[in-house]
Design a protein around this ligand. Sequence first.
Ligand code: AMP
Length: 452
Amino acid sequence: MAEEAEKEVTTFEDFKLNRQLLNAIEEAGYEKPTPIQLKAIPIIMGGHDVMGIAQTGTGKTAAFLLPILMKVKYAQGMNPRAIILAPTRELAMQIEENITLLGKYTDIRHTVIYGGLGPKTQIETINKGLDILVATPKRLMELYLKGELILKEVKTLVLDEADKMMDMGFMPQIRQLLEVIPRKRQNLLFSATMHPKVVELSEEFLEFPTRIEVTPQATPVETVSQVLYQVPNLRTKIAMLEHIIKDKEAFNRVIIFTRSKKNAEDVAKFLERREYGEVRAIHGNKGQNTRINSMEAFKGGDVRFLVATDVASRGIDVTMVSHVINFDVPFVYEDYVHRIGRTGRAENVGAAITFANPAEMYHIRKIENLIRMQIPEQPMPPEVKIHDITFDEQQAIARDIDHQKRSENPDFKGAFHEKKGRHKSNFEKGKKKGDPKNSGWQKTKKKGGNRR
Ligand code: AMP
């Protein structure tokens, strides 16, 4: 029994979250907690103050939201019991989207308030009663000072991206807020860096905090040969995949990672149709038994390709993988490390091969920061046909890039909305004309979008 009690926490079930949350987590496709979630959730659920050093992409939002959703539990009263402050409207909106996602089976009321537009609708929503409020600091204090917000029931306060809030000069609003909310509360501070101003803030703001840091794990990255190709869109990714797997001998046991279940299914179907060898797909929609069987067949060497989403990546325990192909760049940056850790054999061509479209290149830079090295890049082989970027794809990529820029810089107005028309990317400027006939890939595709 004692052994039982000391069982290591590895799954979401182990956190003793309620069924509503577990169901939402499952539906979101999160199969296993990320490292920051493993570390932070039990401590936050234990009621402690936390100073978390983690970058975007580590799963930090769910790390603080899940315990808050547990604590707030259900709709009650009129006034917010948890406040989450974020430096930008974009980040605030993203956090609220995460609450919608994870709180979907609860009746918890939440909203997001930010500047840049009139407060009328926001005030109306607040007046209906709410449990969790996500806000940018100025708008929060503005509505409080107008008497529109009652903060005396706040029991949890989160400062997300605290370093950025300091940089953006929000300290006065934060100090003001700390004066008016109840002293007895739980405080959580998240920051990407240990900026001296953040340390100063944490001393003012946190009580005996537990410091949690997700540092890049001691990784095999240095020993795995990596290569990056900038591949403009989905159809070109397929052409590129087809090109590199031609070398059957070298590419004999390949794991292909995609971001979505749909891409996993589509890539697997494509390989099957073209008869490139035995293929199995594993992702969140596949039953446990199917997954185990697929894995066993792959391990046994009967299967050449395993197409997987990150949901499945951590459970993959296969040695002798010849190559890992990142068909899409992962959402959670640490997953890059998990993914490429599946291959141990360095090949000249690179045992871990990553395809990134222009929007994904932003994430590549973040991954490079995380792994503290640059992923060597190679030009696309001239034999691979560069397919036209469809209008939808161009829009999706432009929107994605705008989104990223805006989340980094709130003053960024966004090129996307100004230029409704098609503008050429660097890829398009230098490429050959694409063949309008499709390669058979689109039989199963309605649109060429490759979006998150
Ligand atoms: P964040 O660092 O909070 O911005 O999260 C980055 C991305 O990872 C978001 O798209 C989340 O939806 C996703 N995510 C968070 N937790 C998990 C998890 N345990 N498994 C898979 N994806 C996750």
